[in-house]
Design a protein around this ligand. Structure first.
Ligand code: IPT
Length: 981
């Protein structure tokens, strides 16, 4: 006989799963300080803590509940992606199976009705056994799901002793191989519930909406006990549960308008609070619809993570997640890959998010055994898998936000999914099902994929995809699959700097009615906050705890950093999925406003415009936009600001859509969408002063140990600029390297960084071929080439001086075999004194931007410090690039002295106190030590970011292939005149 933590039983002694709800019946939270003792193995854990005497010493200490003991100094957290951290030997666990004994003494309130009392655990990882006053209640597996026990017979008046033994590993762990930290413990709430006489045990709210009539139907099923339903706003008073109420006009629930009706279900001694949202989900004509309208899911995959507490999330953190999502135009969440804390779903109902609720099943590690023994296809695992599905559906069935049930993740395929699907369809025919990994999609109402490239999504959108091999021989199944709506349940792997191509994906989704949208992988970096010896914080990832084997930083792939700071990727997503698209034909004086909401008109938005001249606001106003219905658009007259007579520079019109009034998720004025348009300025030609006569070019002349050209002082042998006026500098010289991003490093064969290194791009040598002084120029000819290879970039720098400062034209010609290779970047690198720490630029900003992730950056005038330009990705890598910079100034705040660079027309700007090599070598941001220089990259181009850490690399148009190129920069010092030599 296998012990309970190794057998195929989902649990023993538990009550039937049922809906989560709140009522006015007694509830006693048992969260708080418990006693805890960790044993290295089950055999070493004595069962000596079940009874009255309080254990002392012998390894007992205090532990908060909920918690993961490994985050409180008992053992270590372990991170693996797909590999099980124990042998694939199902259903067995290693003999050394850490076992955490938990013990709580609590006082029962004097008035408590013990009869029928229920003890509820919201989540215990991974398997536990519980005793109340020495009497065994039962056992349970299924970490992210509730387990309830009848506590009545064991409860005593006054003092009670609750003992819980938790095993880190169990047979259940084989179903819990999600890509995340293994974190044992009682990590969600523990509650004792009073169940009054004649109370309702379970309830199922059916609230449908008929979009053709505006009618709502409402029925609350409770099983046998008689209960009365009251919904004051709908005029429903004490209506017997089980009856269907038809309400002639209701306001439907949607994620955009999350209208909830407060209700009450009453039995003689209890009132249960209901929050009812009327909506009808249907898959119609190959589209996912709610209330008759197709949905486009702009989603994210969300794991539960807190940098200090793991999967123990407090209500504020859950709210923060939902608010951050809403404020970044996200409208959907897939609860990858397990049901979340129930309070999160309440927030989704209340604030409005479409939810794909996913079951706590993933057997990914069997991939390393070629899927032999995969539980999904083994009948012995059926009860445990079905138990999980039932517990999820029963717990969560009353949430209007949940529109799709997902059977699990990455568990290959097998008969048991058929059992889950069949049971779910019977129990809740009102929601479609999702399962991605069975390529026949026989158990799914969606054709679903992960990480498909944009071109494939477009092909699918046109119904042109090939049949998957799994259905190729089954015409009926293939015919069924062909008409399913398409979901990209994971895409755009947000690991480190990236993802790229978000806007391209969005365009592909919007182009085809077949596409129901997608879910970015993933919401948050799973990093743990730690401190260096000198007290600086950083975020730990796999391996940092001595955990082995480990998945390294593959868990650092979120749109927010571990402390929930939005990353540039989240800002890019916000822009790519914005629900209002503004385009303009200023020449014809027209602006088009397209409403991309699925359900909501635009009356909640206020449109404003502003005109900037070289980044300085010169006019602004409001734009009257009529009330545009969901999916519709309007063409309106463009704002016609009075243009400045003599513009300082570029004129840009920005149109913004902001909340007209406070919403529960953001305040009035919150920007939802924006667009920018260059404004032609007809007056300029006429009004501009006659151009000043070009100053005569000057000739280079030899100096003591170099060459002088205008303000510039050059090294005569290398041809490198050493000083510009009073400003000492190194360079500029050609640079093609960047500290590889996680997406550059890629996964598997698709690794740009590997190719780059093989090609020697990380070790380019510079050889000065010649330094020639012409009558009006200094010409430096170089060959920039990798050690060990014949390929090179012939680089000619042509310097001229006319008026103040210098003009540089860089001419690059690739030589030798470069076939198929890309470059990380192409530009010049120079170094300035560390004091030049203030940065001002006119170009795209305020945040970083790369070729395939620059929708969120707008043209403007921005300031920052060099430190402030850095994005502190958890793993240091290329970051901080500002795109399309017209000019930039780097100055010493103490003196105002510094350097001004102008592009002809643009350049990319990166400035940091460390080199690309420093960045590449660092494992955590705290490894980066500022040098006494500011390293300034002025780039002509960068390779795009792509998503190759798990998925496709940059799109062809964002690959940077070496080609003959010329680019131009102008340099001028900003030193106060008195300081000039
Ligand atoms: C996919 C997993 O579903 C997800 O949990 C995560 O691991 C992601 O990869 C990568 O971060 S599965 C992969 C084989 C595409």
């Amino acid at each position: 006989m296998l012990p309970y933590y190794e057998d195929y039983e989902p649990g023993t002694g538990r009550r039937a799963p049922r809906a989560a709800f709140t009522s006015d019946a007694g509830r006693l939270s048992l969260n708080g300080h418990w006693l805890f003792r960790l044993s290295e193995a089950v055999a070493e854990a004595p069962l000596d803590f079940l009874h009255d005497h309080t254990p002392r010493g012998d390894g007992w200490s205090e532990l908060p509940v909920p918690s993961h003991w490994v985050l409180h100094g008992h053992g270590i957290p372990r991170y693996t992606n797909t590999a099980y951290p124990f042998p694939v030997d199902p259903p067995h666990t290693p003999t050394r199976n850490p076992t955490g004994d938990h013990r709580l003494e609590f006082e029962l309130p004097g008035t408590w009705r013990r009869d029928g009392s229920v003890l509820r655990f919201e989540g215990v990882d991974s398997c536990f056994r519980a005793w109340l006053n020495g009497r065994e209640l039962g056992t349970s597996k299924g970490s992210r799901l509730p387990a309830e026990f009848d506590a009545g017979p064991a409860l005593r008046p006054g003092r009670n002793v609750l003992a819980v033994r938790v095993h880190r590993w169990s047979s259940g762990s084989y179903l819990e191989d999600q890509d995340m930290w293994w974190l044992p413990g009682i990590f969600r709430d523990v509650t004792l519930l009073e169940r009054p006489a004649g109370c309702v045990d379970d309830l199922f709210v059916h609230a449908g909406y008929d979009h053709t009539t505006g009618r709502g139907t409402l029925r609350v099923d409770t099983g046998a006990p008689a209960a009365l339903l009251t919904v004051p706003e709908l005029g429903i008073t004490d209506r017997p549960a089980g009856e269907t109420a038809v309400i002639d006009r209701v306001e439907p629930w949607s994620a955009e308008t999350p209208r909830l009706y407060e209700g009450r279900l009453s039995t003689p001694h209890e009132h249960i609070a209901l929050r009812i949202g009327f909506r009808t989900v249907a898959v119609r004509e190959g589209r996912l619809t709610v209330n008759g309208r197709p949905l486009l899911l702009r989603g994210v995959n969300r794991h539960e993570h807190d940098p200090d507490h793991g999967r123990v999330l407090d209500p504020e953190t859950m709210r923060r997640d939902v608010l951050l999502m809403k404020r970044h135009n996200i409208n959907a969440v897939r609860t990858s890959h397990y049901p979340p804390h129930p309070a999160f779903l309440d927030l989704c109902d209340e604030l409005g998010l479409w939810v794909v609720d996913e079951c706590d099943i993933e057997t990914h590690g069997f991939i390393h055994a070629d899927w032999r023994g995969n539980p999904a296809d083994d009948p012995r695992w059926e009860p445990m898998m079905l138990d999980r599905m039932r517990r999820m559906v029963e717990r969560d069935k009353n949430h209007p936000s949940i529109v799709i049930w997902s059977l699990g993740n990455e568990s290959h395929h097998g008969r048991n999914f058929g059992v889950l699907a069949e049971w779910t369809r019977r129990r809740d025919p009102s929601r479609p099902l999702h399962y991605e990994r069975d390529r026949t999609y026989r158990h799914s109402d969606f054709y679903s994929l992960m990480y498909a490239p944009v071109a494939q999504v477009e092909r699918i959108g046109r119904h042109e995809e090939d049949a998957p091999p799994e259905t190729a021989d089954d015409p009926a199944l293939e015919a069924r699959r062909r008409v399913l709506p398409f979901l990209l349940c994971e895409y755009a792997h947000a690991m480190g700097n990236g993802p790229g191509s978000l806007a391209a994906y969005q365009r592909a989704f919007e182009q085809s009615p077949r596409c129901a949208g997608g879910f970015v992988w993933e919401w948050i970096d799973h990093g743990f906050r730690r401190r260096t010896a000198d007290g600086r914080t950083y975020f730990a990832y796999g391996g940092d705890f001595g955990d082995h084997p480990h998945g390294g930083n593959f868990c650092i792939d979120g749109l927010v950093l571990p402390d929930r700071t939005p990353s540039p990727g989240l800002l890019e997503l916000k822009k790519a999925i914005e629900p209002v698209a503004v385009t303009a034909a200023l020449g014809r004086g027209l602006v088009r406003v397209a409403n991309r909401y699925d359900h909501r008109d635009l009356s909640h938005l206020r449109f404003t415009w502003s005109l900037e001249d070289e980044g300085v606001r010169v006019a602004d106003g409001e734009l009257k936009v009529p009330c545009v219905a969901a999916g519709e658009e309007a063409v309106i007259p463009a704002p016609r600001p009075l243009l400045p007579e003599a513009p300082r520079g570029e004129l840009w019109l920005t149109v913004r859509a902001e909340l007209a009034a406070d919403e529960p998720w953001a305040g009035a004025g919150h920007e939802v969408a924006w667009a920018q348009f260059p404004v032609p300025h007809p007056h300029r030609v006429a009004a501009a002063p006659a151009p000043a006569p070009a100053p005569a070019p000057v000739a280079p002349r030899p100096s003591d140990d170099g060459i002088t050209l205008g303000d510039g002082d050059f090294d005569a042998r290398t041809g490198l600029l050493r000083a510009l006026g009073p400003l000492r500098l190194d360079g500029p010289a050609l640079d093609v390297w960047r500290a590889p991003t996680d997406n550059d490093r890629g996964m598997g064969p698709d690794s740009a960084a590997k190719d780059w290194r093989r090609a020697g791009l990380d070790r380019m040598d510079h050889r000065t071929v010649s330094v020639r002084q012409g009558p009006d120029r200094l010409e430096v000819e170089t060959r920039v080439a990798p050690a060990g290879h014949e390929r090179a970039l012939r680089t000619r720098y042509v310097w001229t001086a006319a008026g103040p400062g210098l003009r540089l034209v860089v001419h690059v010609v690739p030589e030798g075999p470069w076939d198929g290779l890309t470059l990380p970047r192409i530009g010049v690198l120079l170094a300035l004194p560390a004091a030049c720490e203030d940065v001002r630029w006119f170009g795209k900003g305020p945040g970083e931007a790369y070729p395939d992730s620059q929708e969120a950056a707008r043209v403007g005038l921005f300031t920052a410090t060099v430190a402030g330009l850095q994005t502190p990705y958890v793993v240091p890598q290329e970051n901080g690039h500002r795109a399309a910079v017209r000019w930039a100034e780097l100055t010493d705040p103490a003196t105002g002295g510094g350097l001004r660079v102008e592009g002809a027309p643009h350049f990319g700007l990166t400035a940091r106190r460390w080199t690309s090599q420093d960045l590449e070598a660092a494992r955590h941001p705290t490894d980066l030590v500022p040098r006494d220089r500011v390293f300034v990259h002025l780039d002509l181009a960068h390779q795009g970011l792509g998503s190759a850490s798990c998925g496709p690399g940059p799109l062809p148009e964002h690959r940077l292939e070496p080609a003959e190129t010329t680019f131009e920069l102008r340099f001028r010092t900003l030193a106060p005149p008195a300081a000039r030599r």
